[in-house]
Design a binder for this molecule. Structure first.
Ligand code: PEP
Length: 249
């Protein structure tokens, strides 16, 4: 049985006052029946981890460097994330692929570094609207999966998030059939590469305009084990609605 996961990606949002949202969330879910992960900006990571200490809500980073240390101004190593209290890290988000030209090889190297220090990785894949319109979605996702996911992956250290780029922050969501088709494809690819045991144990999240209002329908789709949520994770009330919906699946 794969344990469900609701993961929030705060992106470049939030200063110290936003920590109150975490306290509200922790009060609402003293012992959640699903895994809950919040990935705040790096500046809040340590304070978020402290605020959530003793709760069942985990914190994670939004990126890490592939090297363990060195002359990389502005970057953060996986070890530093762990030191700040992170247990997970999001890698290969489409905003990083677009803003920084991150390639599958870069993401695989970062994932290796993160796994080496015991972090769980949430590796993101997803197609652009042009790629979907050209019927290239599965080819693109297949390439991202084989290129970004390291060989040392297991059901413990890997989560895959399917995030169609055109659905992120736009209010547009693929049909439930479209989500199901991609999630079934990802599952089949993982089983083929890692064997049935590992392939079936990796959690698959859907991400892209998940809200309390559409979460239940999305969570009913086969091979959807939770969500990676951007905008709706910023407010405890909205994220609570999504956690509630996931808890009822
Ligand atoms: C995301 O950035 O990972 C995301 C899914 O954003 P949103 O929920 O705002 O579409």
């Amino acid at each position: 049985m794969r344990r469900k996961l609701a993961a929030g990606n705060w992106k470049m949002n939030g200063t110290a006052t936003a920590l109150a949202e975490l306290e509200t969330l922790a009060r609402a879910f003293p012992s959640p029946s699903v895994d809950v992960l919040i990935c705040p900006p790096a500046t809040l990571l340590h304070r978020a981890a402290k605020a959530l200490g003793g709760t069942d809500i985990a914190v994670g980073g939004q990126d890490c460097h592939a090297a363990t240390s060195g002359a990389h101004t502005g970057d953060i190593s996986a070890d530093m994330l762990a030191d700040a209290g992170a247990t997970s890290v999001i890698l290969g988000h489409s905003e990083r692929r677009e803003d920084y030209g991150e390639q599958n090889d870069d993401i695989r190297a970062k994932a290796r570094a993160a796994m080496d220090v015991g972090l769980k990785t949430v590796i993101c894949v997803g197609e652009s609207l042009e790629q979907r319109d050209a019927a290239n979605t599965l080819d693109i996702i297949g390439g991202q999966l084989s290129g970004s996911i390291p060989d040392q992956s297991t059901g413990e250290n890997l989560v895959v998030a399917y995030e169609p780029i055109w659905a992120i922050g736009t209010g547009k969501v693929p049909t439930l059939n479209e989500i199901g088709e991609v999630h079934d494809f990802i599952r089949a690819r993982l089983e083929r590469r890692f064997g049935e045991g590992v392939g079936r144990s990796v959690r698959l999240l859907y991400g892209g305009s998940v809200k309390p209002t559409n979460a239940s329908d999305i969570f009913a789709v086969s091979n959807v084990d939770g969500a990676l949520v951007g905008g709706a994770s910023l407010k405890a009330l909205d994220f609570s609605g999504i956690i509630d919906a996931l808890s009822k699946v």
